[in-house]
Design a binder for this molecule. Sequence first.
Ligand SMILES: C[S@@+](CC[C@H](N)C(=O)[O-])C[C@H]1O[C@@H](n2cnc3c(N)ncnc32)[C@H](O)[C@@H]1O
Length: 448
Amino acid sequence: MIRALLRRLRRVPMVRGRDGELVLQRVKLYRDIRSDGATFRGSDDAPGGTVDYILDLFPPDAFRDASVLDLGSAGGAVCFEAARRACREAIGVEIETRRIRGAWAIQRRLRCRTVRFHQQDLYRYLERRTGEAYDIVFALNILHHFSHPVPLLAKLGRASRDYLCIETPDDARATAFREYGPLLRDIEAADLVTDVPGYFAYLKALHWEIVAERESEHAKLFELANVTRRRVSLLRRRTALPDRATRWREMGLFLEHRSRVREAVLRDPHRLIWADAAQLLDHLRRMAPNTPVNYLLLGPRASGKSHAFDRLPPRHKPRYNPKIFKFPNADGQHGLERHLRPSAHEAERFAEVLVSTSDDPRTHVSLDQLLHTLRGRSVVCLLVYCDAREHFDRLYDREAAAWGTPSEDIWIDLSMRFDYRPWIEAFRRHQIPYVIIHPEKGDRDAFA
Ligand SMILES: C[S@@+](CC[C@H](N)C(=O)[O-])C[C@H]1O[C@@H](n2cnc3c(N)ncnc32)[C@H](O)[C@@H]1O
């Protein structure tokens, strides 16, 4: 703590450069910073580049009274310029000491209270962030440092309310850019979004649209600039709900993924139907005649769990367990215990499990959590298979009914990114009895 404070207050020597600029010693600011008639440059920087060509993409008044977040802020050029343009607050997040020392030194020199810098991993900053979204978020030349940028893109989409500004090399796959990889935690082996068109298709699906774009200036400032060109894109959050056909088209990335998953599910010899679920229960009963058994109905958000239950033919229809209904819930633990170890008169009941999607593993119930909870329990798992079109329609209708416009709480794409394969493999490995059911059809034709 004290060491961090001392680092923040450490004096950075500044000497006058040839053009009258102040050169901060052993510092890399990344861009020239101009404020209050002074120009600041780091001793390790190439001269001449500012962020003007980026901020000029914004409408003239966009910064007035706005809150701004700059991720990977280096010497703070964006934050200082945003302050000059009358923003309410500007936060810079930067991990490297050589760069953030410069930002702190300039802030002290300018006595600028609008601006704050945190030395922190930017992904962790986004993860721990509480409170409202920022009006404007910058992600300039950082995406290519991430080996799997999808979780970061999703977090960027949520951290910003109005504008998202991204600068990135056209060829973001260059292995030379992975220098920061070990600092970052890979959440998902994302195989879909590995190039720049993929980034923007993904953000589009999160309701962001590109409103201005240009090639980067001062390319010579960027390491490896001779390898790849860069561009800067200004995205704005859409406020009107796009019509269903447009939205469906934009979901291309996820739909492609889902169709690959569907093929794998269809190949699964264990996929069964409702009647088979009852047979499976009978089988368990015969194996352990004195052990009462319950069902768990599993699926991602809006996959049709309740719908599947409603469509059960009356003679197969067990009761919902009113104690837990959905796992997890506020008071679910006690109810869940009983559901998983029911007494004779509490058996053959249903409860729902709202499972996590691959993009958002910490929301709802993850596969690991479920396996941990089910250890040694006798329960029949019914995995709801929902094809992409039905799933999409259900999500779209919910979104339209609930909000009318896209909302932070409604994430169609996250719900679509559900991969059945790891769940099926885990059920087999742990010998958990399971069937796959289809909410709409309820019969063998569903998978024919
Ligand atoms: C290529 S520079 C771009 C600087 C600035 N955004 C700009 O375009 O002017 C990337 C910056 O991101 C910082 N950075 C990279 N990974 C980071 C991380 N995980 N957390 C915080 N900062 C990071 C680097 O230290 C570096 O200052």
